[in-house]
Design a protein around this ligand. Structure first.
Ligand code: SF4
Length: 170
């Protein structure tokens, strides 16, 4: 059994704490998608004996890709690899990309798991980290996402300067 991780190295803005590889320019987005699909084809023999159980879009901010772009990449996985019947397909997504309509659209796509970059529910922390979303968006996207997706995880950051244990427990 195998899992395929697909890195989408684009973000709206740079969070101050981040060490991942990303660019805030989307100029190369189309080119990158074409290259990813090409690489999936070129490396298909590496997984000849494997069956793919999971597909994971990480980043960066994969929720910057449109549903059509995500489907284009997923189709390439199906085309070149043996995939189980109901694979887990995860999208890492930021709350500012998860407005109601987008969540509903995604719930009708092949994506069946969301990993949401909440990081904090406090405005002060989000500003300190230069996150692109605010506290309301964090709460609202989670409330809608749980109505449309059964499989969700969220990222939260512990140890932000000024964050008390009491706030963490809340
Ligand atoms: S959105 Fe994620 S990957 Fe992008 S800068 Fe912020 S923490 Fe880093």
């Amino acid at each position: 059994m195998a899992g395929i991780y697909i890195h989408i190295p684009f973000c709206k803005q740079a969070c101050y704490y981040c060490d991942f590889h990303f660019s805030t320019s989307l100029k190369k987005k189309d080119e990158l998608i074409q290259c990813l699909v090409k690489e999936l084809e070129l490396r298909k023999d590496e997984f000849k004996k494997e069956t793919v159980e999971t597909i994971y879009f990480g980043g960066g901010t994969p929720s910057l890709l449109t549903n059509d772009e995500l489907a284009f990449i997923i189709d390439a996985v199906y085309k070149h690899y043996k995939v189980i019947e109901n694979p887990e397909i995860t999208l890492e997504a930021n709350p500012d990309d998860l407005l109601n309509d987008r969540i509903i659209q995604l719930s009708k796509s092949q994506i069946n798991r969301l990993s949401i970059g909440i990081q904090s529910f406090f405005e002060r922390d989000l500003e300190l980290m230069n996150r692109a979303h605010n506290a309301n968006e964090a709460i609202e996207c989670l409330s809608t996402a749980t109505q449309y997706f059964e499989n969700i995880s969220i990222d939260l950051i512990y140890g932000i300067p000024g964050l008390s244990n009491k706030e963490w427990i809340i």
